[in-house]
Design a protein around this ligand. Structure first.
Ligand SMILES: [Fe+2]
Ligand SMILES: [Fe+2]
Length: 283
């Protein structure tokens, strides 16, 4: 199967629309970020981000297509004129590696978030994948009043225990912990990006009114929600944040892709999830 056909089949498998609006192929983030698509696919690697090590691993596995959820070259839209023009050395070295290994990189973001098939229609492929890999698929509650990216209700546990579970299931070296680590947790929210310096007032209001105990954010800054959770914990409320990091958190969704890619392609192509791994290490 040609790489272009692999991409087309995966797009067709997904819902391909957001709030009734079809994904616009001009505007979507889901572009071929590197390489050509007019050749036979020798194997596929799925990952959150095509880092240098992921590219090397794909080559080792004999795969020439990397399907990555996030951008390749460090900016929204993957613009590279500025990198060419400034002769950025890391860019040139990464480009050479992809050329030497004949790697094509396709970004798979908007389509997977638009939905993959499930028994009730479609479900966000990243967040459903996270729940599946973590063993939380029975805990998902669809409540649009509460839901961030994903809302879960579970048997009583603690942030400490959830943290251990995430480290094991997501293969992490660590998590940032904020708030009361011995809180009684029954309500967990994956709350998206907390990266606005101004305010997170509507999110804080939602957390307070609905007694959300544990928040798992994508991006997280110290302002706003983080301070609020720290204060809540110090006052003895059942409230905490476990911050794995944006890429660590979404990456299980790309691992889960191994389970359904054959259905999408209607044939088998060797597909391996390669963990891009922690963005951070700690000392
Ligand atoms: Fe993301
Ligand atoms: Fe995402």
């Amino acid at each position: 199967m040609l790489i272009s056909e692999v991409i087309q089949n995966i797009k067709s498998y997904c819902k391909g629309s957001w709030m009734g609006q079809k994904i616009d192929d001009e505007k979507t983030r889901d572009k071929v970020l590197y390489g050509n698509t007019d050749r036979e696919c020798t194997g596929i690697v799925t990952t959150i981000y095509a880092s240098v090590d992921v590219i090397k691993k794909a080559h080792e596995l004999g795969a020439n297509l990397i399907i990555a959820h996030e951008a390749l070259l460090w900016n929204h839209g993957d613009h590279r004129e500025w990198l060419e023009e400034s002769k950025n050395r890391t860019y040139l070295a990464k480009k050479k590696l992809m050329d030497d290994y004949g790697i094509t990189v396709w970004r798979f973001h908007d389509y997977i978030h638009s939905g993959i098939p499930c028994k009730d229609g479609y479900v966000d492929g990243i967040f459903y994948g996270i729940a599946k890999v973590t063993g939380w698929d029975d805990a998902i509650i669809n409540n649009s009043d509460i839901s961030g990216a994903l809302y879960l209700e579970c048997e009583p546990t603690t942030p400490r225990q959830v943290g251990k579970l995430l480290k094991e299931k997501w293969n992490l070296t660590g998590l940032k912990c904020i708030g009361n680590m011995d809180a009684r947790v029954t309500k967990i929210m994956i709350c998206g990006h907390v990266s606005e310096g101004g305010d997170s007032n509507s999110l804080i209001r939602k957390v307070d009114e609905n007694d959300i105990n544990l928040l798992l954010p994508l991006e997280l800054i110290d302002f706003t929600l983080t301070e609020y959770v720290k204060d809540s914990g110090q006052l003895g409320y059942d409230r905490a944040i476990l911050a794995a990091g944006h890429f660590n958190l979404e990456e299980p969704g790309m691992k889960y892709m191994e389970e359904w890619i054959d259905d999408a392609l209607k044939q088998h192509i060797d597909t391996t999830f390669v963990q891009a791994g922690d963005m951070y290490s700690f000392m």
